[in-house]
Each structure stands twice: as C-alpha cells, then as structure tokens.
Ligand binder design. Structure first.
Ligand SMILES: Nc1ncnc2c1ncn2[C@@H]1O[C@H](COP(=O)(O)OP(=O)(O)OP(=O)(O)O)[C@@H](O)[C@H]1O
Ligand SMILES: [Mg+2]
Length: 282
C-alpha cells in the first residue's frame, strides 16, 4: 500500500500545535496548548481523567473546532484544510469502533472498500497477519477479547496507510498481556515510519512507547521532553529504610510458633519465613 502523493507532505514536523484553546461553556479545558511532533516518532499526551486529551485529539483530527490557536497536521491547517488533514490521518478513538456482528476480516474489508482501495481482501489478510489475528479472522468480533478488539480497531485505522495516526487511550481497560501486544503493534507502526500521537493516563505506557512525553495539566502542557529529560526533573532516587508492619499472617505464625522445622522433616517450615523484617525501598 502506498501513501497517496497529495497527503505525503514529507517536510517539517508531522504535528504543530500553537496556543490551542477550547472551552465547553464555562469550562476552560485547553488554555493555550503548544507542542510539536516529529515525523516517524511516538508522542504521548499524558494526563489524568478530564485533562483534555480527547478534546485535543478531536481538534487535531478535525472532529472539533478550537476556539483559538492553530494546529497543523501533515503541514495542513486543521481549520482551513480539514479535508487534507483527514486524508493524512486516521483515528482510533477511545472506544473501539469495531462492528461486532461482522468478523474481524469483514470489518477490515469493509473499511478498505469504504476507502475505495483495490484488493480489500488482500489488505485485510495482511493486517490480520500483522496483528496476529489470522486465526480469529473469520470469527465474529463480538467473540474477541478486549485486546483482540483493540488490535482490530488499530488495524482498521491503518487501512490506506495514513502517515499520521491518533490513538486515544489505546490500552485503557486491557490486561497486562493485551497491553504488551498493543504496545508491540504501535512500536512496529513507528518503525515503519508512521507518526503516532497517543493519549494515555498510564505512566508506564508513556515510558514504554514514547519518544517524547507531554503532560497536559489544567489546560496546558506543563512538561514536554524525552523520558530521560523528564527523569532529570526529579532529584536522584534515595534509598530509605522502612519498617515493615506485621501482617495477620505474620502474627499467626508468631503465635502458633515460629521455630522453623516443626514437622521434623528437616526443612524449615512456612512460619520461619514470616518474621518481622526490615526491608529496603528505593
Ligand atoms: N461535549 C462536551 N460538553 C461539555 N463538556 C465536555 C464535552 N466533552 C468533554 N467535556 C469536558 O471537558 C473536560 C475534558 O474532557 P476530555 O474528554 O477531553 O478529557 P480526557 O483527558 O480525554 O479524559 P479521559 O482520560 O477521562 O478520557 C472534561 O471535564 C469533560 O467533562
Ligand atoms: Mg479521553
């Protein structure tokens, strides 16, 4: 699949945001947001619930108009060149947009057809393979686990090979294994040259994936840098000693006897492992 020449602007940052503002009635959600995303990089917008992450993504993907400021995506202005922006991007929203009645493969074929691409079946099969969904491909998406559904959603958003992809909380609600699978898929995307802007409220997700991390707080980006740069903002980690409080289990073994080998089999018994200990914490 090749990227249409009209959407491959190739120069300058993939995303440029300056002075972006957005309010919902009295609620000032974005109060002057600035950041840039380099082409082919993974950028994480980190923020707690209600920080305005989805609002920012909606503005960048032309679903919502900003009140003030400018945003350029793939070199196109989101306000005045919305059609060009839409040609350049795809969005996997916060809530998976998979059709549950269709199989995974049918979902992919449907999107490829909607995008008027040739060989929708071949495109679907290629994506099923890339996202380890080949075996599940003919099953209804309703039977998929959360991680499989999320992977299918991301696969659907890749159809047409957009140079820039927005992932709004790609791993929210997934178990650790499914999260790792989605992370792997996102890393492969960036390795293939796609620019990825993802939002997350998980610090470890940003740490694992992102080339740059920006923290959105009270309407502004309060920190923006690489993980190493962000870590330098804090003093070096200190080692401190904390006294461990006894658990009920500790008390139990202390009361019933903590002599080690009570059953005479030569091994230390369980109770011997439960002493009031001092532990270190970094
Ligand atoms: N259409 C709307 N009308 C009114 N208020 C809204 C609307 N959309 C979002 N908000 C409010 O704007 C704030 C930011 O919402 P947004 O969805 O951008 O946050 P978020 O960072 O994506 O949060 P989450 O982590 O929960 O997804 C919230 O307080 C939300 O209630
Ligand atoms: Mg959100």
């Amino acid at each position: 699949m090749s990227i249409p020449a009209t959407t491959n602007q190739g120069q300058g940052p993939a995303i440029q945001v300056q002075g972006l503002e957005k309010s919902y009635q009295q609620l000032r959600v974005l109060r002057g947001v600035n950041f840039e995303v380099a082409r082919g990089s993974i950028f994480a917008l980190l923020g707690s619930n209600g920080a305005g992450k989805t609002t920012a993504v909606k503005i960048l993907s032309t679903l919502l108009r900003a009140d003030a400021g400018t945003a350029r995506v793939n070199g196109f202005d989101v306000a005045t060149q919305a059609a060009d922006v839409r040609e350049s991007i795809s969005l996997a929203g916060q809530f998976a947009a998979v059709d549950e009645i269709l199989s995974g493969r049918e979902n992919l074929v449907l999107v490829a057809r909607l995008r008027h691409l040739k060989n929708p079946g071949a495109i679907a099969d290629d994506l099923l393979r890339r996202f380890s969904l080949t075996e599940a491909g003919t099953r209804k998406a309703a039977t998929y686990s959360g991680g499989m559904r999320r992977r299918l959603d991301i696969a659907m958003s890749l159809i047409g090979s957009p140079p820039i992809i927005f992932l709004d909380e790609p791993t929210a609600g997934l178990d650790p294994q499914a999260r790792v699978e989605v992370w792997q898929a996102v890393k492969e995307l960036a390795e293939g040259g796609t620019t990825v802007l993802l939002t997350t409220q998980y610090l470890d997700e940003a740490e694992q994936l992102a080339d740059r991390i920006a923290i959105l707080h009270q309407g502004r980006i309060i920190v923006n840098g690489t993980l190493a740069e962000l870590k330098q903002l804090l003093p070096p980690a200190k080692v401190e000693y904390v006294e461990k409080q006894p658990s009920l289990e500790d008390v139990f073994f202390a009361v019933v006897g903590d002599t080690g080998d009570q059953d005479g089999d030569g091994d230390a018994d369980k109770g011997s492992r439960h002493r009031l200990t001092k532990s270190t914490k970094s």
